[in-house]
Design a protein around this ligand. Sequence first.
Ligand SMILES: Cc1ncc(COP(=O)(O)O)c(C=O)c1O
Length: 370
Amino acid sequence: MSNSAPQPRPGILEIAAYVPGESEVQGGAKPIKLSANETPLGPSPKAIAAYKAVAEHLDRYPDGASTALRNAIARHYGLDPARIVCGAGSDELLNLLAAAYLGPGDEAIYSRHGFLVYKIAILAHGATPVVAPETDLTADVDAILSCVSPRTRLVFIANPNNPTGTYLSFDEVKRLRAGLPADVLLVLDAAYAEYVRKNDYEAGIELVATTHNTVMTRTFSKIYGLASLRIGWAYCPTEIADALNRIRGPFNVSGPAIAAGIAALADQAWVQRAVEHNEVWLGRMTEALTAIGLGVTPSSANFLLLHFPKGNGKSAQAADTFLHQRRIILRRVEEYGLPDALRLTIGSDEENRAVLDALTSFMDVNGAAR
Ligand SMILES: Cc1ncc(COP(=O)(O)O)c(C=O)c1O
């Protein structure tokens, strides 16, 4: 018998595993967790009731095609249900797209501070990540287009992007699509689309409808408050939906997730409350945090990227330690190439006030200028 052990494919062990936003601080009591872009409102009570109702039927496999959920999404957005593919979170769909369209020798592009799952999905399938520079922490269409080579197979764009909160206008997204070769798949990851309040924004539905090489991914984890259930969906050209359906797990969305997703979608009043709460606090927090001397990247999502001064004991790392002592958790973003920043999710009224108070104290320590 050989002593040699099974080995993962070349490159797998060079992947840095995704590290989720922290959720606990030492010493018991519940922290203020503003590290994962979850909604402070929680899910619709109707979604919770639908989830509980399925508890009586956990012995049954779910509908592997998520038909009722796809129909509900299609009705809500006016889409063709046959072109919707549901997944265990949009993370699964991003990985399935990489599995279907990338392999060794291929290249896939994302922007400098793009969502980290792209890099992992690209590397996991043996392809080479190509990182396009950004301008003002925003994806730069010309920079992306100049990264295209004969090996490029796919471009991932989060719009708005996590962790920067910046977005590309529909005109810019169309310009990107028009500049990419026809055989390059453009994936528009619109995880935060429901939060965007910009007239020149379009999540991707129109481009998917009018091209054969663009996919939009969405999630129930953010504004719908169902992160723990893991529900995402992709709107695809027919051929791409077909490819994803061939390789996805046969029952990749659970029964409780399907039921809760349908109920959440039906409760648009709940979604509207979440939008309004976010809109109010995004503005207030941007203004107040700027006033205490932090740099704040203008955001169209439910979080803010805060930039700390380097010297004077006011680093992002020092702020993170200071906030932990007050049981407040923000997201460190070093692995996004942003060592001087922290990402703050918009929380409840009380949570926002608490983090604002804490950061005001932090910026005052050692006599920092206000
Ligand atoms: C830009 C972006 N895309 C996708 C996801 C994945 O969401 P989920 O897998 O929960 O649908 C996230 C979650 O943080 C995100 O920020």
